[in-house]
Design a protein around this ligand. Sequence first.
Ligand SMILES: [Zn+2]
Length: 255
Amino acid sequence: MAVPGEKPPPTGLAETELFATDAYRRSFDATVLQVDREQGRVALARTAFYPGGGGQPHDLGTLGWGSGSAPVTKVRREGGLIWHWLDTPEPPDTRTEVFGELDWDRRHLLMRTHTALHILCGVIWTEFAVAVTGGNMDPGKGRLDFPLESMSTELGQRVERRINDEIAAAREVVVTFLGRSAADEDPALIRTSANLIPAEIDPLRVIDIVGLDKQADGGTHVLSTAEVGSVAVTGTESKGKGNKRIRLEVGQPLA
Ligand SMILES: [Zn+2]
């Protein structure tokens, strides 16, 4: 289905930042572009390792090459490169062919968690017309803050039911790249402050939980809300006047 204003991904993105266009890619071949022996890290010509950002932690996994292999302990975007920290005294040299493999159980749990948090945003917007102001995410659990006047256990239970209804509805989760002129006029993106992103970033990568929530987002998500499984609201807290926190955990599908 054509989305108005939809553009192809930025040139080269699908070939270099594999996670940006295929969240289900769990292994890949690549060439070492640069080695930083002091910090024990390598930059690769392409990678499926998410470097962290937008609240989603970086991936973990392993890198293998001709004579060795090492756990990837940290990944970060820096100076236009994605660096992979390796737990080895001898990282591979520049131009070495390597094979990368994600800790897929952890990454897939992060994808379910991230999508669950977007469902929470959509539910709170539908019920109260307020947008998220902050948050945090770990594999399997996360929290978001909203500018709400009041919070209660009952409200938390109602939100939990609404989230699980959206999971049962198996809404499609679509990744698109939207041109800035279209994105800056989209009411759903305006309310999630996408218009505050620097204008040079064009197109915007957009995660659309069709009919529920749409955000400019660099993270990795599941393909359908059904894949989240189930969500439990594990805490509701007041962080002060007009600032309320909701914590959630993802679990297996409800019976
Ligand atoms: Zn997000």
